[in-house]
Every structure is written in C-alpha cells, then in structure tokens.
Design a protein around this ligand. Structure first.
Ligand code: ADP
Ligand code: MG
Length: 391
C-alpha cells in the first residue's frame, strides 16, 4: 500500500513546485541517448503545469567526482524535455544559490526550469542540511518523483523534504505499487532472476528473495561469484571477492529454490571476436572468462519462467553488449515475454538489453529504478519515500 500524499492531494495552483526527478540518463555528444526516464516523469510534470504550478526540476546525472563538470551537465535534458513538452524550458547553471534563486523567482505558472546537476555540490550526497535549505528556498512545495534515487538519503531526495511540504509524484507511486504488490501478494509461482555486475550491491537481496520467491535464478557476474564460492577456479571471470563470504553463506542456507547455471559460455578475451566455448560449470581454464550463461541453462530457466505467475528480473545474464555473449540475456527476455506472468524488469542495463531485444512491450512493468527496486525487494524502507507526508 502506498500511504504517502500525492500531488493530487494538495493544492499546487500558483505554487512554485520543486520536483526531484530521475534524469540520470545516458548523454552522448550533448544529446540524450535514451529518454525512458524523462518520459516516465512527464505525467507528473504535465499535471503540475496543467494545474497552475511553476515547475522546478532537479536531478543528479552520473557520478561527477569534483564539482561542476560539463560532461555531466543537465542542460541536454532541459533541451530534450523542451521538445517532449513542446514548450520552452529554462535552465539554471547553478542548482542552489543566487543564480538558481533568481531563475526560480522569474517563473510564472506554467513555466518550467531545470537546475544544474545536484551532484556538482558536495552537500548533495552528504545530505547536508544547508544544501537542503537552499533547495527548499527555491520553492513552495517539494515533490519526489525520482524512484530510482529514493534508496539514497541525499539533500535533494530526503533532506529537502524536511523544509517544505513534501509529497509524491505519479511515477513514484506507480513504481512502488507494482513492486509492493509483487512482493506482498505475488501471483505464484514467484520467480526472481538476478544477474549483472553490481554484485556486492545486490547479493544481499538474494537472501530476502529466497524467503519470498519460489525460484531464484542466478546468471551474469553474480553466478560467477557463487561458482568461486563453490571452489571452482574462475580464470579471468568477473568475481567479487567482497561478496564471497555472503555467497558461501547463501549456498549453505539456500535449498533447491536457488538455481545456478549448469553451462556457461567462456571466452579467451573480453572481446566479441574472442575464441569461445560452451562448457559445463566447473573449472574455467586459465586466461578464459565466463561471459554468458549457456543454452542448457537458458532452456532450464525458460521452463521455470514460462510457468511463473510473477517474474521480477534485474541484471543481464551475460555481457550482452557484445552480440556473441547476448544469447543468454535475450533468451531469458524471450521467455519472460512469452510467459503469462506479471513481469517486472528493472535496472539501467537490464532495461537497455530489453529495449535491444525488441520485447519491451511484452513486459508488464519496466521499472526506472535499479538499486531502488532491489531495496524494495529486500524489504528496506526507501528514505526518499519515508520523508514524504503521510496520507
Ligand atoms: P543493471 O544496470 O540492470 O542493474 P548491472 O549494472 O548490475 O545491471 O550489470 C550490468 C552489466 O553486467 C552489463 O554491462 C554486463 O555486461 C555485465 N555482465 C553480465 N554478465 C557478466 C559476466 N559474466 N562477466 C562480466 N560482466 C557481466
Ligand atoms: Mg547497470
């Protein structure tokens, strides 16, 4: 259940509304490459504009290390949004401070302003109250619509909510509803699929999934870490040493619900044109690396997926960016698409793999959140949601 106030529960007419969006999108040559996340925020932005608000948008983009960096400017997102909305969108080169304040003051109802990257300021990730107050000074009300960032307590996702009336946007509500229902009352069998490369971030989720899911299918770099924990030499395969102990514990606790690949594709280089072999799981020869799950594994997983009632998927099964190691990921995408299950796919790379496969429209819900979706699955509260007003 979503028990937070929504933008429809408050009066936004004539107000300046600061909206935390997730415009953390891929940018190439000053252009937005994939606008999924911007499009996902449109319902909230349009609602506010249609109801007499002036909209101020803020977001982070990438991980700039030391202050302002043109590589990570929000400007291309403002330009892209202007095209999507069919109206001018102003841009402030500062996120907080006098420049941003002047830009915010100049807004009239129906105007839109995009602020520069929140992460150009140290106070953002530290959740510095000063930065939160400066953000709050720009507006009369705060809306959080950045589901993908809600697992982080930063100044723009959590801190600012303490200094302004704070409510949720439509995207936030939708994401939480889908995931919440999938976890609390899933149509069974409930099948979770986990892969990808962010192993330390995600391995904890497996534990919780084993309690609520009927099957947990592992692939990608995540599987390698389990093979290593079983004692197999892994060659050059991606393995996360930090996650090994947890992997060992999970192997001991987990019963038959946890499924690991039975065969894998190995390569002698991290290159699409490498020599490749399909081997049963076991020792990986020196100098070789596992880059995909094998065909027997795809067939076995597909069988489980096709009879599922609910499927939640995060993390590609292999290095799908290279066509020769994309068969596992696309095979699983195909199975999910063909299944009658309620399907939820989340994670930047997973969604991009799904888009490449051309099967996105066969998925019930494509989540904009990676880490955030997983923390929901882990049963953790999202700080960016907790800080909003209760209904
Ligand atoms: P998401 O963005 O969907 O949350 P991650 O960021 O955790 O997923 O992981 C995506 C990355 O994992 C992809 O770039 C893919 O190439 C990589 N990956 C998947 N399997 C392997 C593997 N066996 N070895 C190395 N990298 C892998
Ligand atoms: Mg990723």
């Amino acid at each position: 259940m979503f028990n937070k106030k929504l933008i429809t529960d408050v009066d936004v007419n004539g107000k300046r509304v600061l909206v935390r969006v997730d415009f953390n999108v891929p940018i190439k040559d000053g252009k937005v490459e994939d606008d999924t996340r911007i499009v996902a925020a449109l319902p909230t932005i349009k609602y506010l504009l249609d109801h007499g608000a002036a909209v101020i948008l803020c977001s982070h983009l990438g991980r700039p290390k030391e202050g302002p960096d043109p590589m990570y400017s929000m400007r291309p997102t403002a330009e892209h949004l202007s095209k999507l909305l069919g109206r001018p969108v102003a841009f402030s080169e500062e996120c907080v401070g006098p420049v941003a304040e002047a830009a915010a003051k100049a807004l009239k109802p129906g105007d839109v302003l995009v602020l520069e990257n929140t992460r150009f300021y140290k106070g953002e990730t530290k959740n510095d109250p000063e930065m939160a107050k400066q953000l709050a000074a720009l507006a009369d009300m705060y809306v959080n619509d950045a589901f993908g960032s809600a697992h982080r307590a930063h100044a723009s996702t959590e801190g600012v909510a303490h200094y302004l009336p704070a409510v949720a946007g439509f995207l936030m509500e939708k994401e939480i509803k889908y995931l919440g229902e999938a976890i609390s009352n899933p149509k069974r069998p409930f099948v979770a699929i986990l892969g990808g490369a962010k192993i330390v971030d995600k391995i904890g989720v497996i534990r919780n999934l084993l309690k609520i899911a009927d099957s947990v299918l592992i692939g990608g770099g995540m599987a390698n870490t389990f093979f290593k924990a079983q004692g197999y030499p892994m060659g050059e395969s991606l393995v996360d040493g930090e996650a090994l102990e947890t992997a060992k514990e999970i192997l001991q606790e987990a019963g038959p619900r946890l499924r690991l690949p039975v065969d894998v594709v190995i390569a002698d280089k991290f290159d699409n044109n490498a020599n490749t072999k399909i081997i049963d799981v076991g020792a990986v020869p020196d100098g070789w690396a596992i880059l995909d799950i094998g065909p027997e594994t795809v067939a076995a997983y597909a069988k489980v997926i096709k009879s599922a009632g609910t499927v939640v998927w995060n993390g590609p099964m292999g290095v799908f960016e290279m066509p020769n190691f994309a068969k596992g990921t696309f095979g699983i995408a195909q199975a999910v698409a063909e299944s009658q299950a309620v399907s939820i796919v989340g994670g930047g790379d997973s969604v991009s793999a799904l888009n490449q496969s051309g099967l996105s429209d066969k998925i019930t819900h494509i989540s904009t959140g990676g880490g955030a979706s997983l923390e929901r699955l882990e049963g953790l509260t999202l700080p960016g949601v907790a800080a909003l007003q209760d209904k």
